[in-house]
Design a protein around this ligand. Structure first.
Ligand code: GLN
Length: 298
């Protein structure tokens, strides 16, 4: 898009600066993609700057390799690829997570699921064991590791996709000392866990979309991993498996927290009641839709 190396500069080192500025590149990118904020985020990623830093470098010249990266992002964005995958990272609570097509894009409603799990986990004040089932990018479990006390916290992240766990592992490396409290296990739901793991809090954002659901946005279906979205004819296959296995993996007084579909609240409460969760509650997301199921083991 912008000044590519001229023929006489063909041998230019990739880190040599170009004569344009980040201000000009931001404008060109905005025009190319039709979105000024998205263009800014792409420029921040291409220039490896934080937001404040980017504003201070508007008059600086980009290196050739940064412009190549930006051009590649613009091309991907223009194919309809979601911004989060194009950027390769997305914010989730206090974390900046690596994300790509191996994992679901972290969503705002899932931040609320993590918050509900955080509050309940804080109720176990000396030691707490938490399991994030089907962790994907690691969003929920790593946010909990990041926000819970360093002392006494033990967190398991599981996923049946080894590709997803590669992303979770990359994100684990980014959380600092709290990473020592986290273990990662490959496998389907509870099968991933060693037999002796018993949790105070089990949290999951499982697949919960019905196969072939007309409600799923086309861009989600086109780009995000089907294995993280679809769960049988009624979207409840994985929720049934998790609820069925949870009682034997929770300590007495422990909590199960699930992200669910907006129309699944009543049936999920029935499933919970059928598996000896005497009390359960359904909470809404930011759009006022049923989204979180919470239940405590007696
Ligand atoms: N919230 C997602 C969507 O409908 C679904 C996520 C999931 O199945 N866990 O876009």
């Amino acid at each position: 898009m912008t000044e590519l190396p001229q023929p006489e500069r063909a041998g230019t080192a990739v880190d040599e600066d170009l004569t344009t500025t980040w201000r000009a590149l931001w404008t060109e990118t905005s025009e190319a993609i039709g979105h000024r904020q998205h263009a800014r985020w792409m420029c921040e990623v291409a220039s490896s700057t934080e937001p404040d830093e980017f504003l201070q470098s508007l008059d600086k010249a980009p290196a050739v390799r940064m412009v190549s990266h930006l051009d590649a992002m613009i091309a991907r964005y223009c194919t309809g690829e979601p911004l989060q995958y194009v950027l390769g990272r997305w914010a989730f609570r206090r974390l900046d997570l690596a994300v790509d097509q191996r994992v679901l894009i972290p969503r705002p409603e899932t931040e609320i699921v993590a918050e509900a799990a955080l509050k309940l986990a804080l109720g176990f004040d000396v030691e707490r064991t938490i399991v994030d089932l089907g962790t994907g990018s690691g969003a929920i479990g790593l946010a909990l590791a990041d926000e819970l006390p360093l002392n006494g916290t033990s967190i398991w992240l599981t996923d049946a996709s080894s590709d997803a766990l590669d992303v979770a592992r990359a994100n684990l490396a980014g959380i600092g000392r709290a990473a020592l409290n986290v273990q990662i296990a490959l496998g389907s739901w509870f099968d991933a866990l060693p037999a002796n793991v018993v949790a105070d809090v089990i949290v999951s954002n499982p697949p919960y979309v019905a196969d072939g659901s007309p409600e799923l946005e086309p861009v989600v279906e086109a780009w995000e991993p089907a294995s993280a979205l679809f769960a049988g004819p009624d979207g409840l296959d994985d929720i049934r498996t998790i609820i069925g296995g949870a009682v034997s993996r929770l300590r007495s007084g422990g909590w199960l927290i699930l992200e669910i579909g907006h129309d699944q609240g009543p049936v999920v409460q029935q499933l919970l009641a059928a598996h000896k969760f005497t009390k359960s509650e359904i909470r809404k997301d930011l759009n006022g839709q049923d989204r979180i199921a919470l239940a405590q083991r007696t």
